[in-house]
Ligand binder design. Sequence first.
Ligand SMILES: [Zn+2]
Length: 418
Amino acid sequence: MITTSAVVPWGREASARTQPEEDPARMAYDPRTQTGIPTENVGSLPRPAKLQAAYADYDSGTITKEQLEAEQDEAVRDSIERMEATGAPIVSDGEQRWSSFATYALADTLAGTGLADKLAGGGQYFAIFADGHRRQLPKLTGGPFRYKTYAADTLKKSIGFATRPMKQAVIAPSMLALLYPLDDEVSGYSREEFEADLIDECEKDIRGAFAAGAARVSVDFTEGRLATRKDPRNPWTGRDLLPHFIDLNNRVMARFTAEERSNIGVHTCPGGDRDSVHSADVDYHDLLPSMFTINAGYFLIQLASERDRDRVYKLVGEHSREDADGVAQMCYVGVINPLNPRVESAQEVCNALVRAAEFIPKERLGATDDCGFSPFSIDEKPNHGSPDYARDVAFQKIKNRVEGARMAADKLGMAVPG
Ligand SMILES: [Zn+2]
């Protein structure tokens, strides 16, 4: 279906239960509350081994959708409970109901079960990772393009498990633009018509997430850094698509007011799947000056695993904007590496933030993880040894990020009273 042998496929899944809440406290979330220096995760957590097995059983037809959904509910409950226990001021459901950060909108599972209308298997490779594995997209066969599942559909099922504000990640229009064949025309549906529909769907996805109760929405833009890699094995990376990607994202941002955009973020990273990356060798200088022209209110920036962090802090300080069409750009720097099982100490996190504040105005500084802890549902977390152990490690890392942000706020005179 969406996969070929030796290729890791992707897709998505949903379930049904709890009701969204219009909680005023949740809507009024202030990212500085509790930690002084704002801190927020990207979105995903490793799926427990038991849930990964359930996805496989669902693909092979040995369990029902209801049985899969029961496993998803259990994984979401555990994810939110443990993330709240870290002290994090804002939490996510760990994307436990999604087969991936990019294809939740398109298909029920990574193997392609329940693929949306007008899509077929065998599209472009999104990425070829450093360890040799690949992730492939479906391809568009006709129009109009519509999401099968919106982020709100799964958020509504998860939000009842949370007692703290929730964030929601969504996929960027630039990733889904790769559904359109690189060179061929889809019969009766031009690229321009497709991209117009795509922008509408992205806007709907973000608005729906807020309406379902998300306090913040971040757009996953991992393809940004990959867009300048020029990997001959993966033709789209050699077509200088970055300016077009930025334009697509700004077309979505233009649908929102400055006030709304203060709660809409963009995440950049060199990938983070099976503890491997796809574009760490791309110089951030090729991305960051363009990326900060996106009129988003905040950015979640992989940085902990960079070799020369000072150089990147400097780029962030130079290119992020005080006024991006009416909103100041908050820069959440990565202080945790989700691909490495070594747990960063709170002191290390604090030191990184204090250092970053020498290059980035402290009023616009935040802390995040370099990436989601498992953007794809099927992920053995090989550096960790198992997904269940990787979950334990992830919660320790999040706890230290939160504590380290608080310590840095103290040092920088940003601590909140009480
Ligand atoms: Zn990422």
